[in-house]
Unconditional design. Structure first.
Length: 328
């Protein structure tokens, strides 16, 4: 029996639509399809590690795949971010980026191993960590007004410690000097702990560090808090005024951590990570865990983070140039 063309076409039309192979973007496997890696660009045990591990656990729970946390420290966070950037298209690799690696080091390093504008994809600003100006009680300074008066009466003699040359705490000191019109002597340390120890010993008069570095000593009364370098008061120290309240609104030096993905990773994959990350960050468990170590959850959009990165780069680049900051 002959089969007419019309009959053949009718037969094809009757076949199930799913029998036809998918092609192109439709054929992409589900994401995530394997265990994921979360890079924390600082050593284990500190506040940044706390932020990363809580977020990684929440993403794992919401996306149904293990998320393995790896600490890859070095070069003020640049080493860890570079690892994420080198993952190219694989969104199964993600990580945290700090202010130093995302907005500061590009103005200080002769050659960055990655292009912050191309090789990483912003997902969400995770958390801000407020910084605080603190003095040793032996200085006799009891408030910010007194600090400024002492600095102006003794140019170049009031010492202020930071966590290291070129880091955000150093740049915050330079920003304060510029905006307040004072000359204080920056003393760089290799981290917040030795700076705090020397402040307690009276080796330096003051420090400007992340709030977590001195919170225990502030609560005990061993050290005196003067001002928070932020737009809002710190939840851990609600009685301490902000620089904005004290008439210096431009002295804003919140440290921060953002969630990033490789620059060439698929937008659809990043969106899944974003949804899981924001849901995690907004959970009471994570908000409370971050607050315990001085972190204030942000959880903004990817577009907001991209704009913020540009603003931060311009801001700190200008401070570096005006203060002629060089890496040691």
């Amino acid at each position: 029996m002959n089969i007419t063309r019309r009959g053949a076409l009718a037969g094809l039309a009757a076949l199930p639509a799913l029998a036809l192979p998918l092609s192109g973007a439709q054929a992409q496997p589900a994401f995530p399809s394997k265990p994921m890696t979360f890079i924390v660009p600082f050593p284990a045990g500190g506040p940044s590690d706390v932020f990363g591990r809580h977020l990684a656990q929440g993403i794992s729970t919401r996306l149904g795949q293990p998320v393995l946390v790896e600490n890859k420290s070095g070069a003020a966070g640049v080493t860890g971010v570079d690892f994420v950037a080198k993952a190219a298209t694989d969104a199964h690799v993600m990580g945290m980026m700090s202010a130093s690696a995302g907005a500061i080091m590009q103005h200080l390093m002769p050659k960055m191993p990655y292009d912050p504008n191309k090789d990483i994809a912003p997902i969400t600003l995770m958390v801000r960590v407020q910084e605080i100006l603190v003095v040793n009680n032996k200085t006799g300074i009891t408030d910010f007004k007194g600090f400024i008066a002492a600095a102006k009466a003794n140019p170049g003699k009031i010492t202020c410690g930071s966590a290291g040359t070129g880091g955000i705490t150093h740049l915050a000191i330079e920003l304060l000097k510029r905006e307040a019109g004072i000359d204080i002597l920056h003393v760089p340390y290799r981290g917040a702990a030795p700076a705090t120890n020397d402040l307690l010993a009276g080796t330096v008069d003051s420090t400007l560090l992340d709030i977590t570095a001195s919170i225990a000593h502030l609560r005990s009364g061993a050290l005196k808090p003067l001002a928070v370098t932020s737009d809002t008061r710190a939840p851990l120290l609600p009685d301490v005024p902000t620089m904005r309240e004290l008439g210096l609104p431009k002295v804003n030096s919140d440290n921060w951590y953002a969630l990033i993905s490789p620059g060439e990773s698929l937008r659809a994959h990043r969106e899944k990570i974003y949804e899981a990350a924001v849901a995690t960050l907004k959970s009471k468990e994570v908000t409370d865990a971050y607050a315990a170590v001085g972190g204030v959850v942000v959880a903004g959009t990817s577009e907001q983070l991209a704009a913020y990165l540009r603003e931060e780069s311009l801001k700190w680049g200008a401070v570096i140039k005006s203060a002629n900051v060089k890496l040691e």
